[in-house]
Ligand binder design. Structure first.
Ligand SMILES: Cc1cc2nc3c(=O)[nH]c(=O)nc-3n(C[C@H](O)[C@H](O)[C@H](O)COP(=O)(O)OP(=O)(O)OC[C@H]3O[C@@H](n4cnc5c(N)ncnc54)[C@H](O)[C@@H]3O)c2cc1C
Ligand code: FES
Ligand code: FES
Length: 489
């Protein structure tokens, strides 16, 4: 079945659009077409959160709300969802509990960021759990206030997000669930013609066929990269294939010795699975963008974009992950590190899709560490991102897999360093030095606005030393601001 419209739920009604520009952003739709101007445009690149809106979708028959940045989300991506914006919150002139808490706590100063904060907190309000102050801070890390109004904003969140939501959306939840279930048909969405279209196939065969027929189309998963090509590079992308509706492609399975992540699984959904392999992975994912970016952005997109500074590839390479690619009906598998050929070049044929990532879990004799170095703690791109897996025989290192981002033109393994670690004892730090020095043979980083070449090499060496120290002592407290592994900081 084919559908030539996109449909979504808005203020209890189904909106159906039969004509959309493929790269129309949700923010432009709201402000320029719907004329709902409460949602603000700040950076227009996913960084400031002023444009935050909530998207409702069904999860186990329950409506769940997630915050997204409307500025970099394509309008077609909201097919099948409920859209809630700041213009909707006050019902019958009565402020929403989050809005009221903002007023009561003086949490709005110039107010430009306020709509975005309120919408982020609307989703936290609906999370059904009383958050800690730290959880509130994590939740709003993607919302910037230039007036340093964070304390009253957090106070407003503490007061309003009590874990017991009771607003118009809760009252309408059953009806909304029925409407969303009806919207989520098994249709392959195709709006436009063969030269200009927004497509969102439901069936995997429809997806692979469409992409094989249009290898020049732009694949969009979460659009947290592609959105910026539209808003910042002003690129014309006449053919968009959105893969976020394709059935089963977001599946995550945890079976036996590995976790398999479908290409469209978002960070939000993959976080708990990957974090269960090692707490450092969860900690790095917590710092990938912010809540809005993690709700849309996918692990598959982080790989497919081939960026040398993506955060997940070094961790996945160190763990020994393999990538499943699919072209039409043909599949092939390769070690993840082999996917990254050179800067801007991946081992992916025209019309071929990243389909699944298989990630081995750690064995009893394996230890893992991952560290993300940035100028700012939250919502920042890595200057250096290092991941380490050591296979141990008692106190001796049998083998190591080390991968870095930010150190070369691609995410890259440190093969010379790994070889130099072979047979080294965790109890003899003086013997670690040869391996630490070998890093200069593996990497000749460049300097750029994030870090100088010298800093990168010094930092990468320090991260290896830190990983070895932590594994040797079994304790991370001495090398971190806060211990992650149950020990006191
Ligand atoms: C504010 C902000 C903060 C960010 N912070 C971080 C960060 O801290 N760390 C980090 O690593 N990244 C960060 N990013 C970058 C981005 O969020 C990630 O790279 C994300 O994983 C991209 O996933 P996506 O689904 O949004 O990809 P998209 O934008 O949809 O696609 C990215 C690229 O991959 C291609 N593609 C996507 N899926 C497939 C597929 N299955 N098969 C073939 N091609 C495909 C697309 O055509 C495109 O070329 C940030 C981005 C923003 C806007
Ligand atoms: S306008 Fe800044 S995140 Fe969208
Ligand atoms: S209140 Fe002014 S930017 Fe936040």
């Amino acid at each position: 079945m084919m559908r030539q419209t996109i449909r979504f739920l808005r203020r209890g009604q189904v909106v159906e659009l039969s004509s959309i520009a493929p790269t129309r952003t949700l923010l432009d739709y709201l402000r320029l077409e719907e004329k709902s101007k409460g949602t603000k445009e700040g950076c227009n690149e996913g960084d400031c959160g002023a444009c935050t809106v909530a998207l409702g979708s069904l999860e186990n028959d329950r409506v769940v709300y997630e915050p997204v940045n409307a500025c970099i989300l394509l309008l077609g991506q909201i097919d099948g969802k409920e859209l809630v914006t700041v213009d909707d919150l006050a019902v019958g002139g009565k402020l929403h509990p989050v809005q009221k808490a903002f007023v009561d706590n003086h949490a709005s100063q110039c107010g430009f960021c306020t709509p975005g904060f309120v919408m982020s907190l609307f989703t936290l309000y609906h999370a059904g759990k009383k958050p800690t102050r730290q959880e509130i801070v994590d939740h709003i890390a993607g919302n910037l206030c230039r007036c340093t109004g964070y304390r009253p904003i957090v106070d407003a969140a503490v007061k309003s997000c009590t874990g017991k939501p009771a607003d118009a959306w809760i009252a309408a939840a059953k009806a909304t669930a029925v409407q969303l279930a009806a919207l989520n048909d098994a249709a392959d969405v195709f709006v436009g013609d063969t030269s200009t279209f927004f497509a969102a196939p439901y069936h995997e065969e429809a997806l692979t066929r469409l992409y094989a027929d249009h290898p020049d189309a732009t694949i969009v998963a979460g659009a947290t990269d592609v959105g910026l090509w539209v808003t910042k590079q002003l690129r014309t992308l006449p053919k968009i294939i959105h893969i976020g509706r394709t059935k089963g492609l977001d599946k995550i399975s945890d079976e036996g010795p590995q976790i398999s992540i479908g290409a469209t699984a978002t960070y939000s959904s993959a976080e708990a699975f990957l974090g269960s392999i090692d707490p450092d992975i969860g900690e790095v994912i917590r710092r990938i963008g912010a809540k809005q970016v993690r709700a849309s952005g996918t692990v598959g997109g982080n790989i497919a974009n081939g960026s040398p500074i993506g955060d997940s590839p070094p961790m996945l390479i160190a763990l020994g992950a393999t990538l499943l690619l699919r072209h039409g009906g043909n599949e092939r598998q390769l070690p993840l590190e082999d996917f990254f050929v050179a800067y801007g070049k991946q081992d992916r044929a025209p019309g071929e899709l990243v389909w699944r990532i298989d990630v081995p879990k750690l064995k009893a004799n394996e230890a893992f560490r991952a560290f993300k170095l940035t100028k700012r703690f939250d919502q920042d791109i890595s200057a250096v991102m290092g991941a380490f897996k050591f296979t141990l025989d008692g106190r001796a290192i049998l083998s190591a897999r080390i991968a870095f981002g930010g150190m070369a033109a691609t995410p890259k393994r440190a093969l010379k360093t790994e070889a130099a670690l072979h047979g080294i004892s965790l109890d003899e730090p003086q013997n670690w030095e040869r391996a630490i020095l070998a890093m200069a043979e593996d990497y000749q980083p460049i300097g750029d606005m994030r870090a100088s070449a010298e800093y990168r090499l010094v930092a990468a060496r320090a991260l290896l030393r830190k990983a070895l120290m932590e594994v040797a002592s079994g304790n991370s407290a001495a090398t971190r601001v806060a211990g992650l592994r149950g020990e006191a900081a």
